[in-house]
Ligand binder design. Structure first.
Ligand code: PMP
Length: 400
């Protein structure tokens, strides 16, 4: 194999940084999956029960989504051909946004190519250096990056701490130096599975005139009958930005903001990933529309997800693991130490349960955990088998 050119300073940087990461237990290789990312996956021909995906409703391999994707591809082609503002919007993208708005109970919606660049684009299209953003300290990386990109003053708020939020909101408002002040939060926190206190947040926002932005990547398809955290609280008319992903419960790819017509018109003229990057494939749009149809017509997907999640959590807890304070299907097994977390996850994977060790910087130092995502697609037998393996490895490592 010929080696690629690289400058000596780059080589030095990469060698030192990679070995530093490895010595701290902060590096993991990426596995290659032989088949689709379903409830059971295959790696190098070995089957494993998959508890690492965000495929909450099992839609990744749903035959009706696959058919809808094929039909949209046949009608519109494999790609959009150009950025929407340059070459027009395909009807299916318009249809997708109309369906998202209806599903979320808002006037309009805008779709992006991913949840990550949706946050980057939407936050920075509205907030600027004259503004302040209050941001929950456990918010997702894409929110943090979107806030940084905007140039606004970023004020960290203690996690789900309403007293701290109120104090910081008051201080920012009283300072008189900010044109706009936003509070931004995950609807469901992706590493702990707790739900933002939206009812209290709305009251504080009304008092201090805060713009509210909820990233509901892990609430959509899970709470509120699938429509998300905001719907579950009955607050669709109180949240300015209902952001979500199309890559988790929906099973496809993409991100969106649902909100007022005026907001969406602004984002479509200012959000840079919308203006300068080619949109979702027609096939993805077709599959997402079908996913929304299914959730609206049939509650059994969301019901099954919750039934499985409750079953799995109760069993994990009963055998003695600390599963934190999750209020949703996200099920962390909290161990603390980074290396211990990596070793534990490695043994689980070896024995046939595919999980993700989550360590710094995704969670704070010393808060390492193995995250489990039971889905609607798992059978009770799969979950029982996973628990058996958890118990065996937990005992071997003196963790339970
Ligand atoms: N927000 C949150 C809270 C997330 O968990 C994720 C997914 N990791 C994203 C945004 C980004 O979404 P996507 O994977 O669709 O880019």
């Amino acid at each position: 194999m010929t080696s690629n050119h690289s400058s000596s300073s780059l080589e030095t940087f990469l060698d030192q940084s990679l070995s530093d990461l490895k010595s701290k237990g902060l590096f993991s290789d990426i596995d290659v999956l032989d088949q689709a990312n379903g409830p059971v996956i295959s790696i190098n021909g070995q089957k494993k029960i998959n508890l690492a995906s965000n495929n909450y409703l099992g839609f990744v391999t749903h035959p009706e989504l696959i058919k809808a994707s094929e039909e949209a591809t046949k009608t519109y082609g494999v790609g959009a051909g150009a950025v929407r503002t340059i070459n027009g919007t395909l009807k299916i993208h318009q249809e997708l946004e109309d369906r998202l708005a209806k599903f979320k109970g808002t006037e309009a919606a805008i779709a992006f190519q991913s949840g990550f660049n949706c946050n980057m684009g939407a936050i920075s299209a509205v907030m600027n250096k004259n503004d302040a953003i209050l941001s929950d300290e456990l918010n997702h990386a894409s929110i943090i990056d979107g806030c940084r990109l905007s140039g606004a003053r970023i004020i960290r708020v203690k996690h789900s701490d309403m007293k701290d939020l109120e104090e910081q909101a008051k201080e920012a408002r009283d300072s008189g130096i900010f044109e706009k002040i936003m509070f931004i939060t995950d609807g469901v926190f992706s590493m702990d599975g707790d739900i933002a206190k939206l009812d209290e947040i709305v009251k504080i926002a009304e008092k201090y005139d805060l713009i509210l932005y909820v990233d509901d990547a892990h609430g959509s398809g899970v709470l509120g009958g699938g429509a998300g955290t905001v719907k579950a609280f009955g607050l669709s008319d109180k949240i300015d930005f209902q952001m979500g992903t199309l890559s988790k419960a929906i099973g496809v790819v993409g991100g969106y903001v649902a909100g007022s017509q005026k907001l969406i018109t602004w984002l479509k003229s200012q959000a840079r990933p919308f203006l300068f990057s080619t949109s979702l494939t027609p096939g993805a749009a077709g599959a997402v529309i079908k996913a929304i149809d299914l959730m609206e017509q049939d509650t059994s997907y969301v019901d099954k997800l919750w039934e499985n999640a409750r079953y799995f959590k109760e069993k994990l807890q009963r055998i003695g693991f600390d599963i934190g304070q999750s209020e949703t299907p996200i099920t962390p097994v909290i161990l603390g130490d980074e290396k211990l977390t990596q070793t534990f996850a490695g043994k689980l994977i070896e024995q046939g349960v595919y999980v993700k060790p989550i360590v710094f910087p995704t969670v704070p130092f010393g808060a390492g955990r193995v995250r489990n995502m039971p889905t609607a697609a798992h059978t009770k037998e799969m979950l029982d088998e996973a628990i058996k393996i958890y118990e065996k490895v937990g005992k071997e490592m003196n963790l339970i």
